[in-house]
Design a protein around this ligand. Sequence first.
Ligand code: AMP
Length: 453
Amino acid sequence: MAPKHQAPRGTRDLLPGEIERWQWAEDRARGVLERYGYREIRTPLFEDYELFARTSGESSDVVQKEMYRFKDLGGRDLALRPEGTASVCRAYLEHGLGGRGRIHRLWYLGPMFRYGRPQKGRFRQFWQIGAEILGTGAPGADVEMIALFVDLFAAWGFGELAVLVNSVGTPDSRRAYGDALREWFGPVRPWLSPDSQRRLETNPLRVLDSKDARDMLIWSVGPGAWLADEEEDAFKLAVTRTYSKPKPHLLDFLDSNSSAHWDAVLAGLSALGIATEIDHGLVRGLDYYTRTAFEVHDRSLGAQSALGGGGRYDGLVETLGGPPTPGVGFSIGLDRVLLALEQRGTPLPAGPAAVFVAAMEGTRAEAAALVRRLRRVLAADWDMEERGFGAQMKAAGKSGARLLLIVGEEEWERGDVVLKDVGDGSQRPVPVATLEDVLLEALGTRPTETRAR
Ligand code: AMP
């Protein structure tokens, strides 16, 4: 019989067995972020609806179709956060961080919420890890951001990943580019999806990240490769007319400052040996981006291939009523990272206890106290049910512990316990007084490394 309650559609439970991989990925990320000098920030899971509507753009998919918007009992208009950057900038302003140092490097990790159609790699509650640099418009900040982005993937064991890059310029250059797109798509307009037809009027750049199959084909593939015999003649004619003109590229519409910025970013990345590919269709889904935009994809994931992306957002803090404050950042979808790692079969050690403590009839209390003492420095397990010795040995086997401690009555009297190495079967008495040192040496680890992974 199906249980009465199930996790809401598009959400899931992360159970022991799976969670270890997440913890490992989070630990690795934390290490990289700390070495880069970023500091963690935690913001609420919900904010005023207006914060997201204003920053992401009214015409973005996130705001129009995917927002978990609700009124609380006090009638406030709130939304579960669909992304992290707007909240970080809101907090930056609210707490006057700008007055406490010119440049802030921040990172966050937590669930985000978008009401999309659930599918592989797409959830309604998903996790993002992200980083932001607020307070400098220097190209070096974009370069550091992309280097950090790539180094996180490297820490998770991804090989060489090509980073897709583009520049989305300034609102002015985007307006001019929008006009060019409108003209280019003009002949095929009636064949675009209804959403894209609408977007062509309101926000033409959004047509480029349409997920509609035909929209995508028109933009990214070209007529020769896909015009089948059964396509209508009128459509064929329209496509031919569209393709008679070269596809407009945003990079050709940049003002001179954005252009110099773009060149400096590319030069900086090249100096670091970071492989990039220019993707003229990369415009990012939210309106707040300016200049540099970047993404990483893993094509083995199918349709939901984007692992992460980011860019510069120089106008965002001002949009929220703050002083001009340039910023650049990214976010990475952890669900997809974990999916990709799993598909690659990245092996991870399970999380066995390091030591199992077995008691005799007369040493139960002593053994329990000993487990508690050992747990201050290493992972120790015991039999909570106080069963016989045979059952304890079975439990020890299941626990995966590398070492077994047998608290025998006579040995305990002498101040010893018996230490058995499960691997080679050898055993010897060791003094209780210095047990931790002996165990750590036998395990060949320092205390912090014995944490279950
Ligand atoms: P975005 O800000 O939309 O580019 O999202 C950044 C990253 O978050 C994406 O590259 C994905 O890896 C991840 N992501 C976005 N939406 C979802 C979703 N609905 N489910 C799972 N991951 C997502």
